[in-house]
Design a protein around this ligand. Structure first.
Ligand code: MN
Length: 329
């Protein structure tokens, strides 16, 4: 399929590059490093060869989210966003920007997002899970009350928020002791991100701000497969899940969430997601440079779904969600 749009696609600054070292064997690091630092050469070639018209670019992980010092986090986010804006200015026909945000301080994050959308032309944000916050010993999850004004602004700006994975902190990762292979994309990324998304849903965030649109990668981090059980556990008993939110988790997942195919190139999984949330809420992505563009595209272009759904998932849903229509003509 030609004209695909991909939205979980990463780059690194020299100063955030080291965050990605742990996700590649030593032998593959030189290759990953080159891929992360490239924007206009190898990346564009991969896009051309695989029918990708546009990539929405975002900083690597955990980057800003793992910088506990607020001022330093804000500084790195600002540098990343300025750098990204410059790259997009060079090729607005092929790239768009998703903002990195210093969520350590909700007020600064709000200002940075507003700046990115209004002044730099960014079309959303991509945040790498919870934030390390120097002033507190707990991870900063975004269902916490101090983030409500931030979410109000996200809704007002009307831009999607991509909740991207990171690993749990070592002190919160006891279940993985002795099994480091389970960290990262294998399992911990999905578990960490799915729980964060469930926290957002159960907190009542989407009752307060029903216009919010959250994007999850990796075919929804396992949530489509578990959606029925979350709401229907022990169905004969007298009480449902107790949480501050007003509605079922599936209601929020189907109305406030979108998922992408990043790093999860499996037709069986895609069809489960289509049956649970519908083809209108699924978007093609690759997760370059951690995954190969050709692995994603070769799979997606031949997946046994209808051509109408392929067009939606590959292109039309992204154009609608990120309002690419008007600017692109
Ligand atoms: Mn990713």
């Amino acid at each position: 399929m030609q004209g695909k749009i991909a939205l979980e696609e990463h780059f690194a600054l020299e100063e955030t590059l080291q965050d990605s070292v742990r996700f590649a064997p030593q032998a593959d690091w030189p290759e990953l490093r080159l891929r992360l630092l490239d924007i206009h050469d190898r990346r564009l070639r991969e896009m051309d060869e695989n029918g990708i018209e546009m990539m929405l670019l975002s900083l690597n992980a955990p980057a800003v989210q793992a910088i506990a010092d607020t001022a330093a986090a804000a500084e790195t986010a600002r540098r990343a966003n300025d750098f990204l804006a410059e790259q997009v200015r060079r090729r607005p026909d092929r790239f768009r920007g998703l903002a990195a945000l210093p969520m350590q301080d909700p007020e600064i994050a709000t200002r940075e997002l507003t700046h990115c959308v209004r002044d730099l032309g960014f079309i959303g944000a991509l945040v790498n899970g919870f934030s390390d916050v120097a002033a507190q010993d707990k991870p900063g999850y975004y269902d916490l009350p101090q983030y409500r004004p931030f979410w109000a602004e996200v809704e007002r700006l009307d831009v999607p928020f991509y909740l991207h994975p990171r690993n749990p902190r070592p002190q919160d990762a006891g279940i993985y002791d002795g099994h480091p292979w389970l960290l990262g994309p294998t399992w911990a990324f999905g578990q960490e991100t799915a729980v964060h998304a469930l926290r957002l849903m159960g907190s009542g965030l989407f009752d307060a701000y029903p216009g919010l649109r959250i994007v999850l990668g990796h075919m929804g981090e396992g949530l489509p497969y578990s959606l029925w059980r979350i709401d229907n556990r022990t169905g004969w008993m007298s009480q449902r899940n107790r949480y501050p939110a007003k509605r079922l988790i599936a209601d929020y997942f189907r109305e406030n969430f979108y998922i992408t195919t990043s790093g999860n190139f499996r037709t069986q999984t895609l069809i489960d997601a289509m049956l649970e949330i519908g083809a209108d809420r699924i978007l093609f992505s690759t997760d370059w440079p951690f995954e190969n563009v050709d692995h994603a595209a070769t799979w997606f272009d031949a997946a046994t779904i209808s051509e109408a759904d392929r067009l939606k998932i590959g292109r039309l849903n992204a154009r609608a969600l990120f309002k690419l229509g008007a600017e692109h003509r």
